[in-house]
Design a protein. Structure first.
Length: 162
C-alpha cells in the first residue's frame, strides 16, 4: 500500500536523490530547469508517494510558467524508483495531481516528454509553443484541463513573473 502526500521541505533531499537516480547526470542543465530556477513550485501539486515503511517510491512536481501572458503549469519532473517501476505509480501520480490541478482552477498543463507515454493522460503535441533551446519541439506537449484552454496560446514559454 502507498501513501500519497504533499511534498514538504523535509522531503527535498530525498526527492532530489530520487531524481538523480532516475535521470541522467546534467539533468539540471535542461531548458525546463531554467524556467524553474528561482521560482517556487506549486506546492499543492508536488506530491510524494511512500510505501508502508515510509520509503519514497515516486514523486511529481509542478511549476508555474507563462505563455503569451497566460498562466500555465509546467509538469515535471515525475520519477518512480527503479525498483517500483511497472506498478503504475507514475500513472497514479499523474491522474491524482492533474485532477487536483483542475480542482484548483488551473486551465492548462505543459511538459517536455515522450508523446506515446503521455498521450494516455490526454497530452498532445503543442504547435507554436516554444520551450527555451535546446528542446525538441516534438516533445513539447500540452493538456487542457478546461476545454479550449490552449486555443490561441502560442509563443515562448517564460518564467512565472517574467
Amino acid at each position: 500500500m502507498y501513501r500519497l502526500e504533499e511534498e514538504t521541505e523535509a522531503d527535498w533531499w530525498e526527492v532530489e536523490a530520487l531524481y538523480d537516480l532516475c535521470f541522467a547526470p546534467g539533468r539540471t542543465a535542461l531548458s525546463s530547469y531554467r524556467l524553474r530556477d528561482g521560482v517556487p513550485p506549486v506546492r499543492d501539486l508536488c506530491h510524494v508517494l511512500r510505501d508502508d515503511d515510509g520509503i519514497l517510491a515516486a514523486v511529481i512536481r509542478y511549476w508555474p510558467v507563462r505563455v503569451a501572458g497566460q498562466r500555465v503549469l509546467l509538469l515535471g519532473p515525475v520519477a518512480v524508483h527503479p525498483t517500483r517501476q511497472g506498478e503504475g505509480l507514475g500513472g497514479l501520480l499523474m491522474r491524482e495531481s492533474l485532477g487536483e490541478a483542475r480542482r484548483l482552477g488551473w486551465e492548462r498543463v505543459l511538459l517536455v516528454g515522450d508523446a506515446p507515454y503521455y498521450r494516455r493522460f490526454g497530452f498532445e503535441k503543442l504547435e507554436g509553443v516554444e520551450m527555451p533551446p535546446p528542446t525538441n519541439p516534438d516533445r513539447v506537449l500540452g493538456l487542457e484541463l478546461l476545454p479550449g484552454a490552449w486555443a490561441g496560446v502560442k509563443g515562448r514559454v517564460e518564467k512565472a513573473g517574467s
